[in-house]
Design a protein. Sequence first.
Length: 119
Amino acid sequence: MATYTYDITTQIGQVRRLINDTDIIPTTDAAFSDEEIQFFLNLGGSVLSAASKACEGMAAKSSGELAGEKIGDYSYTKKTAAQWTNLAKEYATQDAMIPVFTWAEIDLTNGSGITAEGD
């Protein structure tokens, strides 16, 4: 059974915040279940990478939908596939800019273990 939670202190909640999937009550309003967001987190490991993957999913889902509609004085617009794709690229770029480690974290006090003889 699918679960739907929004807690900004969790990675799932942070992904929901980034993709604006915070209206989870009723659950039919949510774009993704917690399990689907966890799947995106498992693919990339980071919140930004998961948000990027979720945006790609939203782009695929919305590619055949109308961008908006006008009926009399009432009109609405929603994000198009191109907008979701652009947001996915932005989150992927931000994720790529986060260093995996800093030079301060590398312990070279005992050498690297690589020797000329080992080549």
